[in-house]
Design a binder for this molecule. Structure first.
Ligand code: PLP
Length: 369
């Protein structure tokens, strides 16, 4: 059996008549920038996230950049980010001219380690960007407590965590502002690029809205040097349809992860750990393997597609060569980059496909490496 990593077309196929009608409604309306469809999505997504405000933007990266700018963060300010994340988290800090301060994760949860955050604080620290990596919420309570004690902003990177909960409450407004991506492969994905912020802070929401629309509230009156970063109505219309199915899709992801956790051989692969306060949505199912390349090759040979999120930590990327962070600078991020392996995961994955993955892994474990 061939098992794909993720079938992004499946959610469209299952909802085709509804999504087609929603997109055609926008085409027929003649209204292609902002407007009623975007406002409706913003209201529905804010309600879903248990947040007071939502503002659509053009991408997850823009959501982070605009959140930093709306928080008044720029040159001379330090921002704490995980040493293991998708590069966008770092790029946003660079784009506003602030200084990146990487902090290592807890290797069991893969999310930023609050104890290490405390050690990284200086008089210049202005914000922490926890990333809810792979759909598992970062340990927010201790981070919020540190932020409160030191007067820091908490800007959550929730690009992989649509629908997750922490302490019984949805990700959406635990921190000051929460950044979302609707890149097609995310748990809630559009048919192109898209993003949003959610927050309980009306001023922050207004500031992001202003910045994302040329710094203009009133046409041809520009208050600040803004950006063109808006969520398109076509995407908003499709996302409104998909949002009503997100909980069911996340339930399916949780069922798949539960089986992986119970049925994969623990000596060959370690699954991501979570604590009681976290209700993850398993954007990805990432395991740690001491012999990753061999395991991946053996799975490929058996028709099982896997990926690596992410093979090179940001500090080792050419894009950050100027930081001169040698091999060994962030050993936990580096070891995770060598060991992580993402197994097939998605709402459309069948029981038979998962049977095939689990059987293949157990076969590889039994054969020895
Ligand atoms: C996808 C992603 C982003 C960026 O989102 P885009 O919409 O692709 O710009 C940021 N952070 C994380 C953790 C992501 O996974």
């Amino acid at each position: 059996m061939i098992v794909p990593f993720l079938d992004v077309r499946a959610s469209y196929a299952s909802l085709k008549p509804e999504i087609d009608a929603a997109v055609l409604r926008v085409l027929d309306s003649g209204w292609y920038i902002l407007g009623a469809e975007v406002e409706a999505f913003e209201a529905e997504f804010a309600a879903y996230c248990e947040a007071r405000h939502c503002v659509g933007v053009a991408s997850g990266l823009d959501a982070l950049v605009l959140s930093l700018r709306a928080s008044g963060i720029g040159p001379g300010d330090e921002v704490i980010v995980p040493s293991n994340t998708f590069i966008a988290t770092w790029l946003a800090v660079s784009q506003v001219g602030a200084t990146i301060v990487p902090v290592e994760p807890d290797p069991k949860t893969h999310t930023i380690d609050p104890r290490r955050v405390e050690d990284a604080l200086t008089s210049k620290t202005r914000a922490i960007i926890p990333v809810h990596l792979y759909g598992v919420p970062a340990d927010l309570d201790p981070l919020l407590e540190i932020a409160k004690r030191h007067g820091l902003r908490v800007i959550e990177d929730a690009a992989q965590a649509h629908g997750a909960r922490y302490g019984g409450r949805r990700i959406g407004a635990h921190g000051d502002i929460v950044c979302w991506s609707f890149y097609p492969g995310k748990n809630l994905g559009a048919f192109g690029d898209g993003g949003a912020i959610t927050t309980d802070d009306a001023d922050l929401a207004a500031q992001v809205r202003l910045l994302g629309n040329y710094g203009s509230r009133q046409k041809y009156k520009n208050e600040v040097q803004g950006y063109n970063s808006r969520l398109d109505p076509i995407h908003a219309a499709a996302l409104r349809v998909k949002l009503t199915h997100l909980d069911a899709w996340n339930d399916r992801r949780r069922a798949i992860q539960a089986r992986y956790t119970a049925e994969l051989p623990a000596d060959l692969m370690k699954v991501q750990r979570v604590s009681q306060v976290m209700e993850p949505v398993w954007h990805l199912s990432v395991v740690r393997c001491a012999h990753r390349e061999k395991v991946q090759a053996a799975l490929t040979a058996r028709g099982i597609a896997t990926l690596i999120h992410y093979p090179i930590p940001p500090h080792r990327q050419d894009a950050y060569a100027m930081l001169a962070k040698e091999e060994g600078s962030y050993p936990i991020a580096e070891e995770l980059a060598r060991q992580v392996l993402s197994l097939p995961m998605g709402p459309a994955m069948s029981d038979e496909m998962q049977d095939a993955v689990i059987a293949a892994v157990n076969e590889i474990a039994a054969a020895g490496l």
